[in-house]
Structure formats: C-alpha cells, structure tokens
Design a protein around this ligand. Structure first.
Ligand code: ZN
Ligand code: ZN
Ligand code: ZN
Ligand code: ZN
Ligand code: ZN
Length: 884
C-alpha cells in the first residue's frame, strides 16, 4: 500500500479512517502515519513537532499528548520493571519548548533522577525533584549563538515561547528563571571542564586558572626556555605586551547585590575577585586624587573627574589585553565606579601582570602621558599582593598609535610605538578592536546581578581568547608575508639615507638616538625632535579645539548646534575632504564613498553655516553644476562662500585660515621628506642601477616619489592662495616669512647642482622651502637637523620591521611549543585519572592540540627562511645584528 492510500504499516487505510493521519514536521520523510507508527518512529527523537489531520487541516499536536513517555535509562524495547509514576516535565530544546511526560527508573540499576537526565543529555534545572530540563544541544547552541550575536537568554527564550505558541491561546508556564540558571551553570561547568581543574595536580584556586592563555605570548615554563634571560641580546624578545583601556558601554544597573548573586568563577578567569577589589578600594580611595591633564583634554581624564550615574552600580569596565595578539589577559577585568580612576586601572594592570612574573613588560594606554606620572609611586604604596616579582623595575610605557595624534607634540616623541625599541610593528589598538565586539554585550549584561554579569563576561572573554587562539596560524602567516615584503624595502631605504653621510655625523646621531632609546624616562635629548619647529596642523587643531570648548561653554546657541560636530571640527573635516578630492582623480578609488562623506558633511554644515543651503540650492539650478563629479563637488568652506559674494561668520574664516596655515606647513614638510627620499633613490640608481631590472625598479620609485612631491606642491598652492587672499582682512602678519609663493624651480632638493646629482658636497640651498625655521635666511644647522630627523626615522622604520621579523619567528616557535606543552599536559591528565569519561575527554583535548600544532607547522612552512632572507634579514639562531 502506498502512503497516499494508507499508513506504511498496512494496518490503517485513510479512506476508512481519514482522521488517523499524522505527520512529523521535523522528520525528513513527508509520509503520513498512524499514531502507533508515529510514536514508534519517535522513540529516539522525542523532541519533534507533529501534526494531526482534523479532516480540514493539519493541527499542531504533541507526541506526549499522543502518549509518548520519556524513559531515561530505558527504551520501549527494554522497559523499566519498576518505573516511577508518570509526571509532567518541561524540556527546553533548541527550537521549541516541549510539555512532556516522564517516568524515572526505580529498578535495581536506578541512579539519582538528575543523573538519569544527564545520561539522556538533558540538563536538569535542579538536582532535587527536577521538573524542567534543557537539552544539551539547546545549551550548547545558545552559548555559541550568544558568543556570535550577543543575544540575551531572555530574548532567545521569548523566541522559543513563540515558536511553541504564536496565537496567545496556549501560553506555556514561564521557565525563564530556570533557563537563566541552567545557562549560567552550563557556562561555568564548561569552563571548569576546559581548564582541567578537576584533574589531579591542577590548582583550583590559582588566579587566572580558568582563562584561555595566549599561545603566542611568552609563558615561563611553557613556551620560553628557562634561561631566556642569559642572552642580553634576546631579552627584548621575551617581552609581554599589555594594553590597558576602559570601556563605558559595559555598564550595570543597580539590581541585586553581591550577597544574593555571587560569581561562580570567583576571580579565577578574567574578572577579578570582587571581595579583594572592594578591600583595595576601601584602602586607597582618595589617596590619589585626579590631577589636571597637562596634555590635550582627553575624554577619559574628563570622565575621571565627573560624577557617576545614580542608577548605575557599575559605570564601565577596565580591561588589559595583549597588545600584540589582542587576547584578553587573565585576571584583569575591573568594574569601574566613576571614570577611569587610576587606583582601579592600576588594579587591572597589576593583577594581570602577575601572571607574567619576571618578564620585561610593555604597557600602552591612551592617556599614558598622564597615567604614568605617578605610576611607580602608586605601585609602591600598594600591598605586596599587587607587586610583581620583576628584575625589570621599569616598564616600557606607550600610547596606542592612532590615539597619539590627539596628544601634544612631546607625547608623540615619548610614547610612540614607532620610536620604541623592541616593539616590532605592534600598534596597541587591539583593545579598541576588542571593544567593538564586546560592546554588543552591554544589552544583555547591564540588567544582570553582579555575579551573573561577571560570569557571563568571563565566558565571552574566554570565547574571544579561544577565537584568537584558533586564528593565530593565519594571523601570523599574513603578518609574516607583509613583514618579509616590507623589511628589505625599509632597510634599503635606510642604507640609502646613510650613504652620502660622513661617518662622524652618523656616529654622533647614532649615539644620540641609542642613548634616547635606552632612557625609559625619556629625559635625554630627543633626536627626532626639531629644535625650531613651525606650527603644524595637529597643534593648530588642538589649539582650536580648546578655544571651541571655551566658546561652547559660554554660548548657548553654539551648544545647540555643536551636539553633532563642533565648528572647528567642521572646518577640519572640510579641509580633509578637500584633500581627498585632490587625490581622487589620480587614484580614482571609491568615489561613492567620498560622495557619501561629502553628503554627510553638507548636512552638518547646514547647522553652522545656513547660507550654504541657499548657495547649494542655487547651484542645483545650473545644469552643469547639478551633475558634478565627486572631485569637483563644492565644499563651500568659508573662503569659498566669501569669494562667491555671500557673507560668513568671521570666526569660521579665521578657523579656516589657521588650519590652512598649519596644513601648508605640513605639506612643505612632507615635500621635504619626499625630496630627501628621492635623492637617496637617485643616488642609489646612479651607483648600482646598471641592470635593467634594478633600473626599472628604482625608476618606479623615483616616479612615485615625484608624483607625491607634486601632490604636496598642489596642496600647498591651494592653502597658500587662501592664506594670501584673506590675510589682510583677518589682520594676519608675519606669516609670509615662512610661507612664500611656490614656483616650479623652488621644488628642489638640498644638494648642490641639478636634482639627483649626489656628487655635490656640503649643503647649498637654492630654494626657500628648506628654510624651516621661519627666519628669512637659510642656515646649515637647520638642514643638518632635517637630515638627522630623516635619518633617524628611516633607521627606526628599518628597525621596527626587522624586529617584527624576529618577533614573528619567535612567536611561531612559541605557539608550536605552547600547543605541544598543553598536549603533553592533557595526556598526563589522561594517564593519571581512573575515570574513563575524564580520560576520554583529556585524550580528546590532547588530540585537538596535536592537530592545531600540525596545522601551524603546515601553514608556516618556509616562513622562517622567508623572514630571514634579503637585506637586513637574519634568522633567530644567528647573532642579533640589527641595522643601527
Ligand atoms: Zn501505521
Ligand atoms: Zn519526526
Ligand atoms: Zn529501570
Ligand atoms: Zn599574546
Ligand atoms: Zn599626552
């Protein structure tokens, strides 16, 4: 009989008994069955949704309404001889909630009820008389989903409720409390299992024992040799990188309290133990009051001085991450109460450093210039629990690369990753990147009790670290390819810069720069810093930002329109867009992207300069103006508005003038730099460029540099035109001493004679552009300084890439060793346990480490040699002879 006419069991014919038709919507077969067959078929798939034919349509019903009973520990073919009486039982599965019927086993082989459930892969909501359970696959799936999408358990549970009944006529009794509890326990049990704390020889209470370690970072006794400190040349290789930051998204409302909602992880993973933290706060509160910043007005510092929100128990989170591999350091999460209080930031930093005893340490923080002032005094005042045993009493202190632009010039020299030794190409921005993924967690954690929140954050941070671990093979692979490409270029560029210089000069600069590098307090004379320095765009931006702030404070009208963007920001942005427009016809990349930016710009511009709305409308009337190319779109900066005959706020014009003044100086400086580089390449070409290939190669370099030089000149011309045109109206004087009309013949290198003839001795200047001092004559000291800075920068670039190559080789070694070590560790656990389940789990973990190591070896084949090849390259085993 085919299923169109009856049930495959041949006992029921549909034409006689049409209402006995049932179907399962979860099974892959789309066959109608009778009730008995349906139940028999679902004995091992008890969580399927089934439907019954009413004569008119298929109506949802349930296997349990039809008589299915869950029999943990038994099957239909092997029923329990002494079952408990039937009871109602709720099961939460991955896509639905099931109201089931269960009978527990009470025969001679009976184990406690909750174990019976666990054996059936059902997680009980409680151990005594359970009435609710979640399937393992639900818990596993939700955990993964929450890692990836940050959905909250409540949201997910609501979805399940609606999957069960979306009509409001059959609402199931809420089990959300049970679900939240089970998820929390599940997260905790999984982290315990993965960390191996239940095996012999694992210290259950060690700080950070539940955290996932970064395999590429140095860990004593795991992946660095015991006598790593013996070779002074290689000490820097064992540096641990710390990036400190605070996040003000991860807040928590004032609900529940520490007594009612204890954390299960108790400071053994990423969040520190609250009890110890509170003691620290109680002891040191008010000891180190916030100080006024002497750098630019950083948001963070401002927040430290402001008051917290009364509804919030926690206003944010301080966290320390690995600045090189972006994993989160164990034992570093500290709840903030106000802004970035130093005593709490210290606590985060020092608690995490403790896991890297005796290693050299690099720390970056976006307000390091302020934070570092009394750092060592504060550390000295803390109890021994926060002291790290270290033979390196000084830390290397830095500011993340992209944050540095907002600092005053002194900070740029002192805290830059570019000029710090033994850093490689690290940028310290990892924290920010981490936040962008963790911020989404704020929605689900801000209404949690303190303990739940900490445990949940711990679990997410653990997953974050594991994802970093599994992506290391690829990350290091790509970094290595880039480093192998860039290092020879940078080393050659440095050698070229050195070429024409006499030995004594180089020796003098070398001494100067190495002395400065070795002085961690940065008190020695800075070789990168010009003694006489004109205004730069950055300085002017900072200056204007301060004035703007002052204005906004006193001017209500300005306050209203400045909510999205301040006036100086607007003009700055306009100038940036103008620059991008200039570049566009040459590069012709992403015109739509720029168009979008310009559109956004015109929107906010309308707030500060309403007149531009009218001008734009008028321009739209003119046909050829309406359809302009992106690089021609009018930005209507104040000067342009005035030239068009409309009026404009003189303050805005003044802002534009000053920003252009700085930008003109920047363009000149860029141009001088490119001219020096081009000279070096030309010299190199003259000396060695005999072969066709090398000839072409260096010709490309020359062409590229030439076009950059011309681009700088074009930028300069635009700024200069406006500066000159409006200087009288704005009453500006003295500017013409350093800025002059730029003619073609002014664009020359500093060497004598024709451009590119390196035979010239001394420095004879033919162009005013080399006159950087602002004094109206050229002087030798100035040129020497220019050369020195250029040489020092070329040197530090070459060094950073060289270091990166060496670090990458070392990291590859460390990762492989780390996996091997943890494979051995799991094997040891497997061999030393009598529990077969624990043993199998340990062997599986060992197997995973073995596979990961093999994957790395295969992925990194040939990289060691690649990193050691070419000018400036060498392998780790050889002596460290850097270019310097
Ligand atoms: Zn049948
Ligand atoms: Zn089914
Ligand atoms: Zn039984
Ligand atoms: Zn790391
Ligand atoms: Zn600063």
């Amino acid at each position: 009989m085919n299923s169109d006419s009856g049930c495959p069991c041949n006992h029921v014919e549909w034409k006689h008994e049409p209402l006995k038709r049932y179907r399962c919507v979860d099974c892959i077969e789309s066959v109608l069955r009778c009730k008995d067959c349906l139940l028999r078929n679902h004995e091992s798939n008890p969580f399927h949704t089934v439907e019954h034919w009413t004569g008119k349509y298929f109506e949802k019903t349930s296997l349990y309404d039809l008589g299915l009973v869950l029999h943990p520990g038994h099957s239909l073919s092997l029923p329990c001889l002494a079952p408990s009486k039937l009871q109602a039982f709720t099961v939460i599965d991955i896509n639905c909630i099931y109201r089931t019927t269960i009978c527990f086993c009470r025969c001679s082989r009976a184990i406690p009820d909750h174990y019976q459930l666990l054996h059936a892969r059902l997680y009980p909501a409680t151990v005594t008389a359970p009435q609710t359970a979640a399937t393992f696959r639900f818990l596993e799936f939700f955990q993964m989903l929450s890692f990836m999408s940050k959905v909250s358990a409540t949201e997910y549970y609501s979805a399940l409720e609606r999957m069960m009944d979306n009509t409001g006529t059959d609402i199931p009794k809420s089990r959300s409390h049970e679900v939240l509890r089970m998820i929390r326990e599940w997260r905790h049990l999984r982290v315990l299992k993965r960390s191996g704390v239940r095996y012999d020889g694992v210290d259950d209470n060690a700080s950070g024992v539940l955290a996932v370690k970064c395999p590429a970072c140095p860990h004593a006794g795991i992946n660095i040799p015991t006598n790593w400190w013996k070779d002074p040349q290689k000490i820097w290789l064992n540096k641990a990188f710390f990036a400190l930051d605070a996040n003000f998204w991860l807040t928590r409302f004032n609900v529940s309290n520490e007594e009612r909602d204890l954390a299960l992880n108790k400071g053994r993973a990423y969040m520190v133990d609250d009890c110890l933290l509170q003691q620290h706060i109680a002891t040191f509160q008010g000891h180190w009051p916030p100080e006024k910043s002497d750098c630019s007005d950083h948001d963070a510092v401002k927040l430290a001085n402001c008051r917290g929100d009364h509804n919030l128990a926690t206003t944010g989170l301080a966290l320390t991450t690995c600045a090189r591999h972006n994993s989160i350091h164990a034992h570093s999460g500290v709840d903030l109460r106000l802004g970035e209080e130093y005593i709490l930031m210290d606590y985060s930093l020092l608690s995490s450093i403790k896991n890297f005893p005796n290693l050299p340490i690099t720390i970056s923080y976006d307000i390091m210039c302020q934070y570092s002032k009394k750092l060592y005094q504060r550390i000295a005042s803390y109890p021994p629990i926060l002291h790290t045993p270290t033979p390196f009493p000084r830390y290397q202190l830095l500011v993340p690369k992209f944050h540095l632009a907002a600092h005053k010039q002194d900070c740029v020299w002192s805290f830059s990753y570019n000029y710090a030794m033994g850093i490689g190409r690290t940028d310290g921005e990892g924290v920010e990147r981490n936040w962008s993924t963790q911020n989404a967690l704020s929605g689900s954690t801000k209404k949690m009790g303190p303990g739940s929140r900490r445990d949940t954050l711990d679990d997410h941070f653990g997953d974050h670290n594991w994802r970093k671990t599994i992506s290391l093979a690829t990350l290091i692979y790509h970094k290595s390819l880039e480093a192998a490409k860039m290092r020879p270029k940078m080393v050659t560029a440095y050698q070229d810069t050195s070429e024409g210089l006499d030995e004594s000069t180089k020796e003098c600069w070398r001494t100067m720069v190495t002395e400065w590098e070795q002085d961690l307090d940065r008190k020695k004379q800075n070789p990168y810093e010009p003694k006489v320095r004109e205004y730069t765009l950055n300085q002017i931006r900072l200056e204007l930002a301060r004035e703007d702030e002052e204005l906004i404070r006193t001017d209500l009208a300005a306050q209203a329109v400045s909510s999205r963007i301040t006036r100086t920001q607007l003009i700055s942005q306009g100038l940036e867009l103008e620059e991008q427009q200039l570049r566009l016809p040459i590069a012709s990349r992403r015109p739509n992207n720029l168009r979008r930016k310009i559109n956004a710009f015109t929107e906010v511009q309308a707030l500060h300069m309403p007149v531009t709305v009218i001008i734009r409308q008028q321009q739209q009337q003119i046909p050829h103006k309406a359809a302009q190319a992106t690089y021609d779109l009018p930005l209507l900066l104040p000067s342009e508005v005035l030239l068009l005959g409309s009026s404009c706020d003189p303050i805005l014009l003044d802002y534009e003038w000053r920003l252009r003044y700085g930008a003109a100086h920047d363009a000149l400086e860029q141009m001088r730099k490119h001219l020096l580089s081009r000279n070096a390449v030309l010299g190199w070409k003259l000396r060695y460029g005999h072969g066709v290939r090398e000839g072409n190669h260096s010709q490309n370099d020359v062409d590229q540099l030439t076009s950059k030089i011309l681009a700088c000149a074009a930028r300069y011309q635009i700024h200069f035109k406006m500066i000159q045109h409006f200087s009288e109206r704005l009453g500006k004087v003295n500017w013409s001493k350093s800025l002059k009309p730029l003619r073609g013949e002014d664009i020359r290198s500093i060497l004598r004679g024709k451009d590119g003839d390196p035979s010239g001795e001394g420095y004879v200047i033919s162009s005013w552009i080399w006159n950087t001092s602002g004094v109206d004559h050229t002087d030798e000291e100035n040129i020497a300084e220019c050369l020195r800075i250029s040489w020092c920068k070329a040197r530090s670039r070459a060094l950073r890439w060289q270091e990166d190559c060496i670090l990458l080789q070392e990291e590859m070694r460390r990762v492989k060793e780390f996996f091997q070590s943890s494979q051995r560790e799991w094997e040891y656990r497997a061999e030393n346990t009598l529990d077969p389940g624990q043993q199998a789990y340990a062997y599986r973990q060992a197997g995973i480490r073995e596979r990961m190591r093999a994957f790395c070896i295969q992925k990194w084949q040939g990289l060691d040699e690649l990193l050691a090849r070419g000018p400036g390259g060498f392998s780790l085993n050889k002596k460290h002879e850097f270019v310097c």
